[in-house]
Design a binder for this molecule. Structure first.
Ligand code: SF4
Ligand code: FES
Length: 249
C-alpha cells in the first residue's frame, strides 16, 4: 500500500484562473488503475463536503479516448503505450508526489478541473474523416476489393488512433498533425478511401488550422506519448497527400 501526495489542477470553469491543490491520499493499492485512485480521492472529497475533481473517462479499457490527464509532465503519465485508464499505480512509489493537470492547448479549452473540450477533434473528423457510401442496395461488398497486405496493415495501424489528444498536449506547438495524419492515412491507404482523398485531406487540414492548432516542427514528441503507437510516418504521408491535392486542386 502507498501513501501519496497529489497536486491536482482545480479550475471551477473555463473562465476561472485555476490552481494546483494539494491532497494526501492513503493506502493506495499498486493494483489500482490511476482512475480508480482518482475515484477514491473523489469519495474522500465528497465525504468532506468538497467538490470532487472533474475528469473525463468512459470505457476505462483504453478504447474510447476520453481519459486524458497530464501526469508528472507526461500525457497519460509515465508508462508507454497506455491511456490514463490503463495506467496502474504500481508505476509509482510510496511517498511520491504526483502532479495532475489537464491536457493544455488553445484548441482544448478547460471546461472544469481536468476536463477539456476536445470537440475541435470532432469538427476535424466531420470535415472529412469518413467514406461516403451509397447504401441504396447496390453496394459492393468491401471484401471483394483486393488490398495489398502491407497497405491493409498500415491502414489498420493508423485506424488505431483513439482521438485522445495526447499528441496535441505533448507537442510544444500544440500541433494536431499526428491525429489528423492518422485519420487521413487510414483512408488514403485503401481503395475505398481514394475516391474522396483530395477533398478529405484539404478539408481536414483546413479545419485543423481553423481550430487553432500549432504547426508541426518534427520534434517527434507526439509519437513517444501516443498511447496507440501512431507512427510519424503518417505525418509524412499526409504531407504528400496534401501537396498532391493542392497541386491537383
Ligand atoms: S495520434 Fe495517438 S495521441 Fe494523438 S489522438 Fe490519436 S491515439 Fe491519441
Ligand atoms: S476511459 Fe476510454 S480510453 Fe481511457
Amino acid at each position: 500500500m502507498m501513501n501519496l501526495t497529489l497536486k491536482v489542477w482545480r479550475q471551477a470553469n473555463a473562465d476561472a484562473k485555476g490552481n494546483l491543490e494539494t491532497y494526501q491520499i492513503k493506502e493506495v493499492s499498486p493494483d489500482m488503475s490511476f482512475l480508480e485512485m482518482m475515484d477514491v480521492l473523489n469519495e474522500e472529497l465528497i465525504e468532506k463536503g468538497i467538490d470532487p475533481v472533474a475528469f473525463d473517462h468512459d470505457c476505462r479499457e483504453g478504447i474510447c479516448g476520453m481519459c486524458s490527464m497530464f501526469i508528472n509532465g507526461e500525457a497519460h503519465g509515465p508508462d508507454r503505450l497506455v491511456t490514463t485508464c490503463q495506467l496502474h499505480m504500481r508505476k509509482f512509489k510510496d511517498g511520491d508526489t504526483i502532479t495532475i493537470e489537464p491536457f493544455r492547448a488553445k484548441a482544448f479549452p478547460v471546461i472544469k478541473d481536468l476536463t477539456v473540450d476536445r470537440s475541435s477533434f470532432d469538427r476535424i473528423q466531420q470535415a472529412g474523416g469518413f467514406v461516403s457510401v451509397n447504401t441504396s442496395g447496390n453496394t459492393q461488398d468491401a471484401n471483394a476489393i483486393p488490398i495489398e497486405k502491407h497497405n491493409a496493415d498500415k491502414a489498420f495501424d493508423a485506424a488505431a488512433c483513439i482521438g485522445c489528444g495526447a499528441c496535441v498536449a505533448t507537442c510544444k506547438n500544440a500541433s494536431a498533425m499526428l491525429f489528423v495524419s492518422a485519420k487521413v492515412s487510414q483512408y488514403a491507404l485503401l481503395p475505398q478511401g481514394r475516391v474522396e482523398a483530395t477533398d478529405r485531406v484539404l478539408n481536414m487540414v483546413n479545419q485543423m488550422d481553423e481550430e487553432g492548432f500549432g504547426n508541426c516542427t518534427n520534434t517527434g514528441a507526439c509519437e513517444v506519448e501516443c498511447p496507440k503507437g501512431i507512427s510519424l510516418e503518417n505525418i509524412a504521408r499526409m504531407n504528400r497527400e496534401y501537396l498532391y491535392a493542392s497541386l491537383k486542386g
